[in-house]
Every structure is written in structure tokens, then in C-alpha cells.
Design a protein around this ligand. Structure first.
Ligand SMILES: Nc1ncnc2c1ncn2[C@@H]1O[C@H](COP(=O)(O)OP(=O)(O)OP(=O)(O)O)[C@@H](O)[C@H]1O
Length: 323
């Protein structure tokens, strides 16, 4: 369990993390999202005692990280997979970390097995692929068999097989009752991996809810296709119903249920060629939550000016978010 209370970090005049409160619970994967510069890394660094809060506090399993006698046994973190001694073998790298906590060599071999590194355990870390490096970072985080795991961008740059492995592994760790905090820029990946999401924007918590709730809040819309779609659109025209024309035969309707639209079409005697509910994606929800929170904004992919009003298909995309 990780608990942050009024957690604040200032660098000179810049407030990187601004009095945030959140709880990361055991038994589930919590996704930690936010545009570049939102304060995710700073928060993670404070959780594991690499940065000191300016005010407020954050605890892991009830205590600040530094107050744990054997922190590796409480929390395992993958913050920078490249932070390894490249001349050592994977096994020796893990043995060196284990030695700092009196962790037996038996456990080193166990985590090598858990992360599928057996065949490369005696090879120099300097020659590792990105995927192997991430596995090694996760193996190091698991050494102390901690109840809490923090993985910063664990799938960054991995191939599909590596992404699948990290996803399954994170879910397995949560199923064992551990607290798993995972940051990523890949929203589609979070939708598949996380149970709960915390979104930061400019140092504030802009969302903290189960994935299902965040997806539900996107609302979605009903796509209607008919050769006489104009007649349906006219009949639906009410203040709380928004009808967007897509082409001559298709409209998107927000604020009216598919059943109501079907009944309207039947009453008019108009043929329907499509009546489908289109759910919002986590990506849509994320972009709408963080629309005002990005540090640097670029024009949309369609070339529209920064911050221009846009529909679901032309949301402004920032380089940072799309990374
Ligand atoms: N050591 C530092 N000195 C000064 N400013 C810093 C320092 N570390 C972070 N910042 C600033 O604090 C803010 C939050 O940065 P942080 O790296 O925590 O964001 P992030 O959400 O992890 O971003 P990214 O997705 O790019 O990793 C940024 O504006 C950043 O420039």
C-alpha cells in the first residue's frame, strides 16, 4: 500500500508535485499516467526515497521508505532499466544488489527464473537488448520479494511479445496480493493492464478512479446510418441531444439512447442501415482529462491549430502524449 498526503515537491520556483493525495491499494494494478512533466517520475522518486518531499509525506506499507530497515523487502522499483554496471553479468549484477540486503543467492536464481533470464544470466549486461534489460530491472525489483512494486514505463520500447510478458507479469503480481504501481504513456496498454488509474496533470491529480469508471465517463455515442438520416436528425433535435453529421447518410448522436433512436426511425418509417453504440476509449478519456494539463502543445494531426475545438476523431495530439 502506498499513501501520499499533501505530497509536494518544489524545484526553486517550479512546483513539480502540488499537494497531492492518493492511495495505491494492494491486489490490483494501478496505472500512473500523465503528460510529460506532469510529476510522475518526481512522485515515484519520492516514494522510494530518491527525492525528499518539500512538504507532505508518502508512505509505503505505513512508513516513509527511508524508515524501513530493509527497504528492498518492502518495495521493489524499476525506475531506470539502464542504470546497471554494463561489464557485469546479469547474475552478478543481481548478486551485488542482493548482498546489500543479505538476500541469499538462491533468491537471485529464483528471480532469474521468474523473469525468464536463465539463458542470458551469465552474459554481460552491456550486450542486453532493451527487452532483456527491462526483465533484468524487474528481476532486481523482485529480489526482496516485496509487497509493493513500482515500475516506471516498463513496456517502453518493448516488442509485442515483451509487452505481453510485462502485462501478464504485472497482473500476476497483483493477483498474488501485491501493490503494483505502473507508469506508462500507452493508454491502450493501460486499458488492458490496469484496474485503477491515477492521472497527474501539472503536478495535480486530475483523475483517480477504476478503469471501468473512467471508460464509463467518456459516454460514447450512437452511430446511425440511413438513406434518410436527415429526417431522424431533425426529429432528435432537442437541447440535450447533440447530432453530428459524418456524411450524407451517417450521423453520430450523443445524449440519446440507441433504443430511442430506433423507435424514432420506426415511427418515421425510415430504414436503418446501422444503429451502433460506440464506446469511448481510455485514450479519449485521457486526452480529454489532460487537454489543459500538457506543458507543451503542438498542432493536431490534421494540422488544426493548437487547442482548437475538436471532435472525438480529431482530438489534439501532443508529441508528448503520443510518444
Ligand atoms: N531535478 C529537477 N530540477 C528541476 N526541475 C525538475 C527536476 N526534476 C523534475 N523537474 C521538473 O518537475 C516537473 C515534473 O517532472 P517529472 O519528471 O516528474 O514529470 P513526469 O510526469 O515524470 O514526465 P515524463 O513523462 O517526461 O517522465 C517538470 O516540469 C520538470 O521539468
Amino acid at each position: 500500500m502506498i499513501e501520499a498526503t499533501s505530497l509536494t515537491k518544489r524545484y526553486g520556483p517550479r512546483t513539480a508535485v502540488d499537494a497531492i493525495d492518493f492511495t495505491v491499494r494492494p491486489g490490483q494494478v494501478t496505472g500512473f499516467l500523465g503528460p510529460n512533466g506532469a510529476g510522475k517520475s518526481t512522485t515515484m522518486r519520492m516514494i522510494v526515497g530518491l527525492d525528499r518531499p518539500t512538504s507532505g509525506r508518502v508512505t509505503v506499507n505505513g512508513r516513509p521508505y527511508a524508515e524501513h530497515r530493509a527497504p528492498l523487502r518492502e518495495v521493489g522499483a524499476l525506475l531506470d532499466a539502464k542504470a546497471v554496471h554494463t561489464g557485469r553479468s546479469a547474475r552478478n549484477h543481481l548478486r551485488a544488489i542482493a548482498a546489500t540486503h543479505g538476500i541469499p543467492v538462491r533468491r537471485v536464481d529464483e528471480v532469474i527464473g521468474l523473469t525468464g533470464l536463465e539463458s542470458v544470466a551469465r552474459k554481460r549486461v552491456g550486450g542486453f537488448s532493451l527487452g532483456m534489460g527491462q526483465r533484468l530491472g524487474i528481476a532486481a525489483a523482485l529480489l526482496g520479494d516485496p509487497a509493493t512494486l513500482i515500475l516506471d514505463e516498463p513496456v517502453n520500447g518493448l516488442d509485442p511479445e515483451g509487452v505481453l510478458w510485462v502485462r501478464g507479469f504485472a497482473r500476476q503480481l497483483a493477483a498474488e496480493g501485491r501493490t503494483v504501481l505502473l507508469s506508462s504513456h500507452l493508454m491502450s496498454e493501460m486499458a488492458l493492464t490496469a484496474d485503477h488509474i491515477i492521472v497527474l496533470g501539472k503536478g495535480h491529480v486530475v483523475a483517480n478512479a477504476p478503469v471501468s469508471e473512467i471508460l464509463g465517463s467518456t459516454g460514447g455515442f450512437v452511430r446511425v446510418r440511413s438513406p434518410r438520416v436527415d429526417e431522424i436528425a431533425r426529429r432528435l433535435g432537442q437541447p440535450d441531444v447533440t447530432v453530428t453529421s459524418v456524411d450524407a447518410t451517417t450521423i453520430e448522436v450523443r445524449g440519446a439512447q440507441a433504443e430511442v433512436i430506433g423507435d424514432v426511425a420506426a415511427a418515421l418509417g425510415v430504414p436503418l442501415h446501422e444503429l451502433s453504440l460506440v464506446q469511448g476509449s481510455l485514450e479519449d478519456a485521457y486526452l480529454s482529462l489532460t487537454r489543459d494539463e500538457v506543458e507543451y502543445r503542438t498542432g493536431g494531426v490534421t494540422g488544426e491549430p493548437a487547442g482548437a475545438a475538436s471532435g472525438a476523431t480529431a482530438a489534439p495530439v501532443t508529441e508528448e502524449v503520443a510518444r
